[in-house]
Design a protein around this ligand. Structure first.
Ligand code: GSH
Length: 186
């Protein structure tokens, strides 16, 4: 199967982690969504996946598909699923702000982008208050939060200076070989 995406995207990173852990046959096709004229996905976003006739357009359906195809569990617990969703919302807001700023918008001069910034800070506080996993027991909620927080540090989009649990989460994740192998290029 083929995963389309960039090496800097945290959503793609999570898919790569699941694929590396799956033992399945796959390859990564590098795609710059911002310059591609015909990216091959209706979302105009990465990642997307092709497995024969099957096409998946979102990292959540991709990770679930890969886990289940490999005989592994995606997310069974409702609180883990909610934490995964918080990680997603954090990333969605932070990436939108990143792209809007890159396109020339003053983020402090707009009521909705200020709300997005507030959302990022509020979610970081909430995620910081959740219990820490051990490295051998990372589930997809832990991976989603870890790739999100790591992306925020990589792009300098938010600080985790006051969030000791999130700092510790990244330390724990740094003991995970697939998390390390999928780090964005320096
Ligand atoms: N909900 C999507 C979000 C994917 C997403 O936002 N991808 C970013 C890259 S990290 C993107 O392609 N952005 C391009 C754009 O918004 O124009 C998923 O989980 O796959």
């Amino acid at each position: 199967m083929k995963l389309f995406g960039s090496f800097t995207s945290p959503f793609v990173r999570h898919c790569r982690i699941a694929l590396m852990q799956s033992g399945l046959d796959w390859e990564m096709v590098e795609l710059d969504i911002h310059t591609s004229k015909d990216p091959g996905t209706p979302t105009l976003r990465v990642p997307f996946l092709e497995d024969g006739a099957l096409k998946l357009t979102d990292s959540t359906s991709i990770v679930k598909y890969v886990r289940e195809k490999a005989g592994q569990e995606f997310i069974g617990d409702i609180q883990d699923l909610d934490r995964y969703c918080l990680g997603n919302t954090l990333l969605d807001s932070a990436i939108n702000l990143f792209l809007l700023e890159r396109s020339g918008l003053d983020l402090n001069d707009n009521v909705y982008t200020r709300r997005q910034q507030k959302r990022v800070e509020s979610i970081l506080g909430e995620l910081n208050s959740t219990p820490l996993p051990v490295v051998s027991e990372f589930n997809d909620a832990d991976y989603r939060v870890a790739v999100g927080v790591a992306w925020g540090q990589f792009r300098n989009r938010f600080s985790i200076a006051g969030h000791e649990n999130l700092q510790r989460l990244l330390e724990i994740a740094s003991e995970d070989p697939t998390f390390v192998a999928t780090a964005p290029p320096a």
